[in-house]
Design a protein. Structure first.
Length: 400
């Protein structure tokens, strides 16, 4: 599957930061993590540091899947508003999912500091603006529900938004908790730290077949080698959805573009992530090298949907929308790119076991804000391995 167009910004900005050997021998280990994107980097870090003999396998270069295309806005607010999620799964479970998102941002902040990762991580606020007067009323309900449950939010009128951010828009919710990161660099640095501490990583390793046995899992590679492990953990991103008979998510194509450096609204926008309630939506954030990154314009995924023509059209649309919000902005596009992601009905991920795959655990960080789910996977995987329960495992299970 083509996960992204070739010229994703983070890959161009950073280049291939580190290459690993492909697997050329038989290995016995406790856990094989399939996938070296941000999810695989986080999960393998947790397992290796918890004392499991862990290896990481990827068929591509490290972190070269969706993690190299992501716009990496770290938000506790997922694709489904809290009010809608409460209708779908109940008010308290929905609040728990949202609060888990806040904890994820705190965990990432601590991890970046403790592991000394250079990855442009910045704590930011998150501003969601209504795209119309009607949407404003719905957003106000969302605000009230969040206030009821103690979320750190403020209602900003359009006049206040204009004063603080020089942005023309309807009213919105300002949340205290948010962040942005270079997820590609983060994944590379974290994997490298653990590799130096003895965790084997193999890139360009193609898996031909997997035997899910009663006592173990045997992974066969195309070069004729085997990995024999107690558990396999799939952190293999959106492509993993093709493993299942049931359709668990819809694929969406999404588009992004980034300005040249030294954008003129940098000072007003540097501490905030902005997104709107429109469908398709638009979102924006600054980068640590003083650009404005804009994304959105999602459409149903179709093969061949990442052509230059479509990308350019979508980038032009995104820039036009930005100019509606900031009429004096000097947005000159430097790069545009596109990628796919999987959307579930409730906006929640799939984390847990699946009845068709013995001794396997899945951490599928689906959705437009998947990264906070990857972080939640760290604690949840340890609990699954220890046979412990967690309410989130109920909300994220496959048969929900
Ligand atoms: C344009 C775009 C913008 C986005 N913006 C945001 C955002 O602002 N905030 C946010 O939180 N999320 C965002 N997302 C989603 C986010 O990118 C993903 O949630 C995240 O990158 C998923 O990471 P991952 O490690 O699970 O998957 P990936 O990064 O895709 O990693 C999976 C890895 O598994 C490997 N793999 C797959 N199958 C196999 C196999 N059979 N054998 C071996 N290896 C295999 C792949 O090669 C890949 O390297 C965005 C996504 C896109 C495309």
């Amino acid at each position: 599957m083509k996960l992204r167009s070739p010229e994703s910004f983070w890959l161009l900005k950073n280049g291939i930061l580190k290459s690993y050997p492909s697997l050329k021998e038989n290995i016995v280990c406790d856990i094989a993590v399939i996938g070296s994107g941000i999810t695989g980097a986080l999960i393998s870090h947790t397992l290796h540091n918890a004392g499991y003999k862990t290896i990481v396998i990827d068929k591509r270069d490290v972190a070269a899947g969706s993690t190299s295309a992501t716009t990496s806005m770290l938000q506790y607010e997922i694709d489904t508003p809290l009010t809608d999620l409460a209708d779908m799964i109940g008010e308290m479970p929905a609040v728990e999912c949202y609060k888990a998102g806040i904890r994820s941002i705190e965990i990432l902040d601590k991890l970046v500091k403790s592991e000394k990762l250079k990855c442009g991580f910045e704590l930011k606020k998150s501003l969601q603006v209504a795209h119309s007067k009607k949407a404003e009323a719905k957003l106000k309900e969302e605000f009230e529900l969040r206030v009821k449950h103690g979320f750190n939010v403020e209602w900003l009128t359009s006049r206040e938004i204009r004063k603080r951010y020089k942005m023309i828009s309807f009213a919105g919710i300002l949340s205290e908790e948010g962040a942005s990161i270079d997820a590609f660099q983060f994944a590379h640095e974290l994997l490298d730290n653990n590799h130096r501490k003895g965790m084997p990583v193999f890139d360009h390793t193609i898996i031909k077949k997997i035997d899910y046995n009663k006592e173990n899992v045997v992974i066969h590679t195309d070069l004729g080698n085997m990995v024999i492990c107690r558990k396999v953990i799939f952190c293999s991103g959106f492509e993993t959805l093709y493993m299942f008979r049931k359709k668990y998510a819809e694929f969406v194509s999404t588009f992004a573009c980034v300005s040249e450096q030294h954008i003129n609204h940098y000072n007003e926008l540097k501490d905030v992530l902005i997104w709107d309630t429109d469908n398709p939506y638009i979102y924006m954030r600054t980068t640590d090298d003083k650009r404005l990154l804009v994304g959105g314009e999602d459409v149903k995924f179709k093969y061949g949907g990442f052509t230059e023509k479509i990308k350019d059209e979508k980038a032009n649309k995104l820039i036009r929308k930005i100019k509606n919000h900031f009429p004096n902005i000097n947005f000159t596009e430097d790069y545009n790119w596109s990628g796919a992601f999987g959307l579930t009905k409730d906006g929640l991920p799939y984390i847990g076991k699946h009845p068709d795959f013995r001794n396997a655990i899945f951490v599928l960080a689906l959705g437009g804000n998947g990264i906070t789910f990857s972080v939640q996977g760290m604690e949840l995987v340890l609990k699954i391995l220890a046979g412990e329960a967690d309410p989130l495992l109920q909300y994220y299970r496959f048969d929900r």
